[in-house]
Design a protein around this ligand. Structure first.
Ligand code: HEM
Ligand SMILES: *[C@@H]1O[C@H](CO)[C@@H](O)[C@H](O)[C@H]1NC(C)=O
Length: 335
């Protein structure tokens, strides 16, 4: 009986996975009744004629950068998330002018911009004015995932780069202090489901966080002057030793920090989630059964991560000529 809920979930997840892998074509969401002749959908062969080596170029660059600095892999995956989380995947996170998303507090620890710039420069040589920065971010996130042992998936391309980037919007990206309702609503308003929320949070199986974000959990939880009771006591001691200063870094997954695996969920079951938003996924009745299913079936996480990353990458994208452009430099809009 104890397994019946996870089993049900397993069936649900598998059916979703099979549907997604069956190549159900992606279509941009349109309001019923609207007609727009400049809109195109994302497609799997978008650059087949115009830049056939696009994915190979990205792949090689990502491989080179990550073999030089392994910590770039998680940073590049996160960069793509922060892009898609605000105004859809439109490379708004890359615009670098005063008051842009990049200058927000929530963007302070984003990294990997130089990787994107390097790839863009190469692409401008090989196929000028063709590949959008948003598509580069999407391809890079996939290749970074594969490079650290995660799943492969096919990306559809054809995103346009946005013209607007506002720091105050970037501050809306969840930073670890939110409640689960807030997270669910944040994801839902971007077309992402409860399942996507829990599965994509599994990206925290790799990478690291600045200690400042968990300071209150360690020393003054909700103003009690004590630690968050939902932290395992040994893990708490470990974190206190590791986080002497707020500017220090601590890895998300204390067990297998550099491996793409389902240990994130196992850790939550052992009260070893790093952020409060991680641990809460295992105490909220809406998300807990999904955490259990993913901890119980590592392959399920592996496969569903690919599906949810596609959902993320296709969320609220711009495709029409009237909606965005192909930037020639990812840092600035064209003139
Ligand atoms: C569900 C809400 C989420 C919250 C509250 C959250 C919060 C955070 C925070 C606070 C950090 C550490 C930042 C720092 O101090 O450097 C972080 C890092 C990271 N996040 Fe999330 N995140 C969420 C969702 C996601 C999603 C959907 C992805 C990707 C699919 C993701 C991927 C990552 C990765 C890979 C890192 C490590 C970055 C690195 O090592 O440079 N996160 N996240
Ligand atoms: C969750 O957070 C939202 C704001 O982000 C707040 O309005 C709501 O009251 C919170 N819910 C609970 C149960 O604390």
């Amino acid at each position: 009986m104890a397994l019946s809920l996870p089993l049900q979930l397993l069936m649900l997840l598998l059916s979703q996975f099979i549907m997604a892998m069956g190549g159900v074509p992606y279509h941009k969401y349109q309001e019923p009744g609207t007609i727009s002749d400049t809109d195109e959908d994302l497609t799997f062969n978008h650059y087949a004629r115009t830049c056939p080596n696009f994915e190979a170029i990205v792949h090689n660059k990502v491989k080179d950068w990550i073999s030089k600095d392994y910590t770039l892999a998680p940073s590049l995956i996160r960069l793509h998330f922060h892009d898609c989380a605000i105004r859809g995947c439109d490379a708004s996170v890359l615009l670098n002018h005063k008051g842009s998303e990049r200058w927000a507090k929530a963007s302070e620890t984003l990294r990997g911009f130089q990787v994107i710039d390097d790839i863009k420069a190469e692409l401008e040589k090989k196929c000028p004015k063709t590949v959008s920065c948003a598509d580069i971010l999407t391809a890079v996130a996939r290749d970074a995932t594969v490079k650290i042992g995660g799943p492969f998936w096919e990306n559809a391309y054809g995103r346009k780069d946005g013209l607007v980037s506002l720091a105050k919007e970037a501050e809306l990206v969840p930073m670890g202090h939110e409640n689960v309702t807030h997270l669910i609503e944040f994801f839902q308003s971007r077309g992402l489901s409860l399942l996507d929320l829990v599965v994509l949070s599994g990206a925290h199986t790799i990478g690291r966080s600045q200690c400042g974000i968990i300071q209150e959990r360690l020393y003054n939880f909700k103003g009690t002057g004590k630690a968050d009771p939902s932290i395992d006591s040994k893990y708490l001691n470990f974190l206190k030793r590791k986080c002497r200063r707020a500017s220090e870094y601590v890895e998300f997954d204390p067990t297998t920090p550099t491996k793409f695996d389902s240990m994130y969920y196992t850790n939550l079951q052992k009260k070893m989630g790093l952020l409060s938003t991680d641990q809460l996924l295992y105490s909220d009745s809406r998300t807990k059964p999904i955490v259990s299913a993913l901890a119980w079936q590592p392959m399920l996480f592996y496969q569903q991560f690919a599906v949810s990353m596609v959902n993320l990458a296709n969320a609220q994208v711009l495709t029409g000529d009237d909606e965005g452009e192909i930037r020639t430099n990812c840092n600035f809009v064209n003139h």
